[in-house]
Design a protein around this ligand. Sequence first.
Ligand code: ZN
Length: 492
Amino acid sequence: MTVSGKAFVISLDCVNAELLDEWTATGRLPNLARLRKQGIVGRLNCRSVSIEADWHTFYTGQQPSVHGHCSYDEIIPGTYRSRVTTAPRSVCKPFWETLSQDGAKVIALNPVHAAPSPIASGVVITDWLVHDAGHYTKLASYPPELAGELIARYPDDPVNPNDWGHSINANPGRLLAAKRETLRRKVEVLSELLRSRAWDLCYAGFDECHEMSHLFWHMHDPSHPRHNEAPAAEDPLATMLMELDEVVGRLTADIDKACAVIVVSISGIGPNYHWSHLVDTILRRIDNPVDSSGGTYKFLRTLWNRIPHSVQRPLYGLRHSLRETMLKRDRRKQRAFALPLNERAGAVRINLVGREPNGIIAEAEYDAVCEDLSEAFNSLVCVETGTRLVRAVMKTRDVLDGPFLDRLPDLMIEWNVDRSISAVTSPRTGEIRRDYTDARTGHHLNDGFLLISGAGAIGEAFKGDVDLAHIAKAVIAHVRSAQAPFGARVFA
Ligand SMILES: [Zn+2]
C-alpha cells in the first residue's frame, strides 16, 4: 500500500556524519545509499556550543539567540551561577506546529525536549524511550491520552537502568539489546500511525545511536587510546547504524515518490578529544602564565568521572550545586570565564560591566578583550605536532543577534582535535596538559549529515554546508507548496 505525504523527516540522532557519508557512498548502508542515489547529500553545521541548542534550532529554524536555548547548563542572568534547564520556551514554534496551524496533518514521533503543544490536526509524541529518559525528559503527547496508551502497551523501559555514565562501566551487549527493543517499539507505533491516518508531514526521531556513540566510540575506532581496553565484541555502533538503515528502508519503502524524504543527523559524534573542560585553565594561564590553581576542581572532576553511573545519579543536584559554588568565587574575579557543559565547543563569557554582578570589562573594552582572547586561543599548538588546538574562535555578536544573545557565550571555540592531544603550548600560556580522565569516549562534533530524496530534490543548486537553521524553513516551504522542488527556496 502506497503511503502518501508531502515531507517525511527522519532524524538519526547524533550519528557520525563522516561515517554516514562514507557508508552511504560505499553501499554499506544500502537503504540510505538507495535514497542517496535518488537525491543529494550534504553536511550540516550550526552556530551553537551544544546539542541542546541544536535541537531547538532544528525544530524552530531559529538560532539560539532567538529561541533562547544555549545548553543544558545555562547562566542565570545577573549571577555567576548556572542552572540545568531543558524546558522548551514558547517564543518559537517547531515546524510541525507551524504547519499544523496552516491546516497540515502532522505526525511527530520523538522530537527530544519539545513540549507537545496542542496542534490542530495530528499527533505528537515527545521523549518516548529516548536516551535522556530519567534525566531531563519525560514522555508526553498530544493528544495527552496517547502517552498513557503507550505506557499501558509498553510498561517498561528496556534501557533502564540507563547506561548514561562511564564507558568502562557500560555493558555494550546489554545496551545494544535494549536499544534494539526501543527501536522495534518506535517503528511499530510509527508504522501504525503512518498507515492509519492521513498526513502531510511526518517527523520521526531515532536516537538509538546517540548514547551508544558516547559510551562505545572506542570500540568502533581502532585509533582511539582506549580501543585496546575494549571487550572483543561486535562493534555496537556499526550494528546499530545498520539497523537504523534497515528501519529507514522499511519506513520509506512504500512512501509515495512525490513525498520528500529528509534524513538528518544533527551534531555528529566522534572521539572525545575536546578541551572544553580546560577553557578556565587556559583563560587563567592567558592572564597569568604561572597560574596553577584549579587543582581541586580537576581532582573532583576526575573522581566524579570514575564513579559508576548508579552512584552518580542521585548526586547530580549536589554535584551541580557544589561545582557552581566553587566556580562562582573564581568567575567574579576573572575578566572572562568558561561556561560548563558545552559538549562541542569551548564557551567563554566575558565578565562584562552591567551584565555580570561584579563586571570587570567595560562595554568599550569588550571587542578588544574578545580579540585578545581569540588570538591567545588561536596561538595554542600541540606540543608534539605543532598543529593548532583551535580551528576557529567565533565571536557570538558577529554571527548571531536576538533577544537571548546575552545568555550565550561571548566566544565559541571550535577545537581542531581529530586526534588525542595531551599537551599544548603558546608563548603566553606555556605548556598546558590534558589527562584523559573523561567518562565517555565519544563526544559531539559540529558536523551533521543531511540527505534529501524525492520530490525533485534540488540537486545541483544545493552545494556546500547547510546551516541547521535552514531545515525547518525548507520543510515548511515545501509542505505549504509541494509543487516546488524540496529546498528550492531555501538552499538554492
Ligand atoms: Zn549527547
